[in-house]
Design a protein around this ligand. Structure first.
Ligand code: FO1
Length: 320
């Protein structure tokens, strides 16, 4: 593996940073490992929301408004499905559908998830390595006041309304690293830095960290691990991280996210509006960088990518 930087990502926020990183790094210098806990089988199709969001973002095909799926999408399949009385709570655009149909056929024919991800990258002209977090099956399930729910049932069908008591990552305990990463590690590969994207810590990054092989490898690495806060000014920019934190009895702040990652983290990028948290985070031993972390366009994405990479470089030199 040629990658220098390894990013761990969920969907929306992670995909934005992944695009920024892909734009500021050289071809092949980035590897993104994506959460697969949100994946599910719908209408007999294998749906991989986070890997697809990152793939479309890095390829420049993403719908930035929606945060998932492809730009310029059409919805004729959904209209026809609705007419037939089929399930319409989870929207599959016509172009996006091609990916789900083709991937499902390839999986049935025995392809490995990481092999499929590499094929899609090659077809879409992506020079970076995008991987599922594992080639095994891991599913995020939420214990809520509405019962035990699969992720997409909670997040999309019920609009993240139920109160969450506990989250489990079914299959994580026995899951392995994705094939290409295992092979690279066996051949002596080490990243220069690991970045935790501004994704939901509990729903997007924790499923990766719940895999013992990931935890063990990350904690033994001799390189900085730098996070970017998904919480800005006490609010989540998108998604339900703030709601979950409140339900878990946590303060909704960038500092609480840093504490959640604990000893794993060497550095943290926080928003300028959270500047006041920097002193206490530094006192906890973290390297801190502040910048405007809200990512609306490519210039924003490149700025946040550079802030995270610069902080990692400074930590490698022993500074920050
Ligand atoms: N999110 C929604 O809120 N509603 C949808 O109908 C929906 C469809 C969808 C289809 C393909 C895909 O790759 C993602 C999709 N998402 C949808 C996003 C998905 O729920 C993600 O898991 C979350 O955004 C969390 O990352």
């Amino acid at each position: 593996m040629k990658a220098r930087i390894l990013a761990l990502s969920g969907g929306v926020g992670g995909a934005k940073l992944a695009r920024g990183l892909a734009r500021v790094l050289g071809a092949g210098e980035l590897c993104v490992a994506c959460n697969t806990g949100d994946d599910f089988t719908h209408l007999d199709l294998a749906i991989w929301p986070d890997l697809d969001s990152v793939t479309y973002a890095v390829a420049g095909l993403a719908d930035d408004e929606r945060g998932w799926g492809r730009r310029g999408e059409t919805w004729q399949f959904m209209a026809a499905l609705r007419e037939l009385g089929g399930p319409d709570w989870f929207r599959l655009g016509d172009q996006d559908l091609a990916l789900h149909v083709w991937r499902s056929a390839r999986l049935r024919a025995g392809a490995r998830p990481s092999e499929l991800a590499a094929d899609v990258c090659a077809r879409l002209g992506i020079a970076q390595t995008l991987l599922p977090m594992t080639d095994d099956t891991v599913r995020t399930r939420l214990h809520t006041d509405a019962g035990l729910l699969d992720f997409q049932d909670y997040f999309v069908a019920r609009r993240a309304q139920p109160r969450v008591e506990r989250i489990e990552y079914v299959g994580a305990a026995t899951a392995g690293l994705p094939g290409p990463l295992s092979q690279a590690i066996a051949a002596g590969w080490q990243p220069e830095a690991v970045l935790l994207c501004p994704s939901n810590p509990w729903l997007s990054i924790d499923p990766i960290l719940a895999i013992p092989a990931w935890r063990d490898w990350l904690s033994g690495l001799d390189c900085p691990i730098v996070g970017v806060s998904p919480i800005v000014g006490g609010q989540a920019l998108k998604g339900c991280a703030a709601k979950l934190m409140a339900e878990f009895g946590l303060e909704v702040s960038a500092a609480a996210v840093a504490r959640h990652y604990g000893a794993l983290l060497d550095g943290f990028v926080i928003d300028r509006v959270d500047q006041a948290l920097a002193t206490s985070l530094r006192a906890d031993g973290l390297g801190i960088a502040t910048c405007d972390t809200v990512m609306r366009g490519d210039t924003d994405r490149e700025r946040v990518a550079c802030a995270a990479l610069d902080l990692a470089a400074e930590l490698r030199r022993g500074g920050a």
